[in-house]
Design a protein around this ligand. Structure first.
Ligand SMILES: O=C(O)c1cc(C(=O)O)c2c(n1)C(=O)C(=O)c1cc(C(=O)O)[nH]c1-2
Length: 245
């Protein structure tokens, strides 16, 4: 049966339903991270792997920026590059993420070298960048819509980690504070764009597929963190090893 044409609000409801079912706040590794059930080495592994996601976001936004057809859209999207890369050395989200890995006692050169990444982190992040590069502008914009759900998880994470881990301070979690305003601004824009431009059932299904894909990217990263560092705790050869940190 072919998919029905949804009203813009029905499309939004369908997108939100995907988040409610599939967003990575539901993953057991995140639950353990936020509830204080991980040790310092496991938190280090999470931050080290997430660094690759953070560092790749501006590259994925740059590939999309190049394809946006109007100055208005490019102006809107280029803010994301500045948010992540900053406008001077030591500023921006990626630099703030390195404050987190510093605060956890990881060597900065080791983090930036990407040598300790889990294979699935690399595959998942690279797949996200390739998706945004290769799919339609509509799907590329829709794939950023996980950010609709991130303020809730970020609030939970900051409160939970500060409460449960004595090695975490407000300074090390400074990455997250600006995201609480940046993410809603960005996702409101992306949601408005998608509601306006997904006008056929095929386009709407493509948008929903893009969000499903992106939820899978985030979920797959946590699956391998769980497998490697929690249960059964089988670390792939060459990946970050707590004893070596
Ligand atoms: O902490 C999180 O759980 C979380 C999730 C997401 C997301 O849902 O993709 C992003 C971020 N953080 C984030 O910090 C960020 O800069 C970001 C950019 C994007 C994107 O797809 O363009 N997602 C996310």
């Amino acid at each position: 049966m072919s998919a029905p044409l949804l009203s813009p609000d029905e499309l939004e409801a369908a997108l939100r339903a995907i988040g409610a079912e599939r967003y990575h706040n539901l993953h057991p590794f995140h639950r353990a991270l936020h509830d204080g059930r991980l040790n310092r080495a496991q938190v280090q592994a999470w931050a080290l792997n997430r660094y690759y996601y953070q560092a790749s976001i501006p590259a994925k936004d740059a590939t999309l920026l190049a394809r946006l057809p109007t100055a208005e859209l490019r102006r809107e999207w280029r803010r994301r590059l500045v948010d992540h890369d900053g406008d001077a050395p030591g500023t921006g989200g990626v630099a703030r993420w390195l404050k987190l890995t510093d605060g956890l006692g990881l060597d900065r050169a080791y983090v930036e070298s990407l040598e300790g990444l889990l294979p699935a982190t690399r595959f998942a992040v690279d797949a996200y960048v390739a998706f945004v590069r290769d799919r339609s502008v509509l799907e590329a914009i829709a794939s950023s819509l996980t950010e609709l759900f991130s303020p809730t998880i970020i609030s939970e994470r900051v409160a939970g980690m500060l409460r449960h881990y004595d090695f975490i301070t407000p300074e090390t979690l400074a990455y997250f504070q600006p995201r609480l305003t940046q993410a809603p601004r960005d996702s409101d824009f992306a949601l408005g764009y998608v509601k306006e431009h997904a006008r056929t059932p095929e386009q709407q299904q493509a948008v929903l597929g893009a969000l499903n894909f992106k939820c899978g990217v985030l979920w797959a990263m946590l699956d391998e963190l769980e497998y490697a560092y929690v249960n059964p705790g089988r670390i792939p050869p060459g990946a970050f090893h707590p004893d070596a940190a």
